[in-house]
Design a protein around this ligand. Sequence first.
Ligand code: HEC
Length: 475
Amino acid sequence: MTDARLLRNCRVAGLGALALGAFLTLSGPAAIAAEASTNGGTAPAAKPVTFAKDVAPILQARCQECHRQGSMAPMSLITYEETRPWAKSIRQRVITHQMPPWHIDKTVGVHEFKNDMSLTDDQIATIVRWVDSGAPMGDPKDMPPPRQWPADNEWKAAKELGQPDLVIKSDPYTMAAHHQDVWWRPVSDIPVTEPRWVRAVEVRPTTAAGRRVTHHAVAYLAQDDPDSVLPGTGDSDFGARSFLMEWAIGKGYDLYRPDTGKLLLPGSQISWDIHIHAVGEEIQDSVELALWLYPKGQEPKYRTYLTAFQALRGFKDSTAAQNRLGKNMDIAPNSMSQTDNYTVLRKPAILENFQPHMHLRGKAMLVEAILPDGSVQTISYVGNFNFNWMTNYIYADDAAPVLPKGTVIHVTAWYDNTTANPFNPDPDQWVGYGDRTVDEMGHAWMNVTYISDEDYNAWAAKHKNKLPAEATAQR
Ligand code: HEC
């Protein structure tokens, strides 16, 4: 593959996203307004859009989980009185696809997700028409009954799975009001006395205040088990430890597909790596992890591995100094920049999800699969990465890519160190690799489930004459 092709790919993908944004911003609402104004005369009036009848149900379905008292968002969007002052801002956020925070480009790669919280084009049009027609209340009798919410300390996965089997908490850390970033690395025991398989994992800072200072948390699984280190990837220095779960602002939980899990052995521990930043107020918090287990004695057929597919070169060397030198990250002031890297899958595999990870200059990330026959399939692309939202895009069971042995995963990341990036703390700074939010990194978190050659062959026979991505898109 040539760099020219890469560049072309990047431009096409980037332009596509831009063009779509421009269309929605300008033509969409303008066209709707034009349609509304021509209805003034003899034509039958367009049905008026009201809060009670049309907008409240959308807010209930897609916004209130975060926009209600005691949840994470800055304001409640439950009643008309609460929502009305935000009408213009809501219009802006939904047409630019910033809210709900779902930034993946669904027109390329995998199209279907288990946890899709985005609005449909119709829902966006409804909100825009409502705002453009003066954001009327309508008839209060049309209001849907209020939605009931679980208590604030509920695990998100509890709705689907019930209460977790185990909850493991890190030692607490007290972050000063003003301080440099801290990496808190305590160790916690996992109280299992026999091998147990994990079905789902959820991680969260323990308190709401903790969510403001916890940038992200990685839970490594420390146990004496050579098999727990990613088979088949091998050439990233993350391979030296196995991952259980990664949490970052806005993330939900990992639920493995049927007959798939992660293995815990007696004596295993969680080795935490918690990145905390100061917010001008002293805050004490810990991070906690909930595990849902398979019943005792039940062994799922497949094992899944949380993998950080690098977009940076130079991760082969193991010492920190070598890594710092070798990371190939060199972002000049006031410029755009790009890094990429390749990882070979040495066994057939299913990719379960995609969560791009970059810092404040992160702009876009593309994951492609280069198949053994040389063809290239786009797996996922996020064109307007937003550092505040480390959204985890979980592929629908039937849409998750199934890839043959020898597939190369190619991850490309783009960084915007210009004034055009609203999150950029200082475009005049050079930026290199590092752990702090003002440094950069780039990798795609994916849960990878390795399958046997027989299973892959059976899958391929069923989807004959189709490239994997086409087959997965059409299954
Ligand atoms: C996953 C949680 C979540 C969901 C779902 C969500 N929001 Fe938000 N929203 C937030 C958070 C947190 C912020 C503040 C940080 C930010 O702007 O990203 C925010 C900010 C906003 C703002 C900007 C407020 C300001 O200060 O200007 C608007 C408007 C908004 N959301 C509207 C919506 C609408 C409308 C929906 C549903 C269609 C929605 N949000 C869904 C969490 C959420």
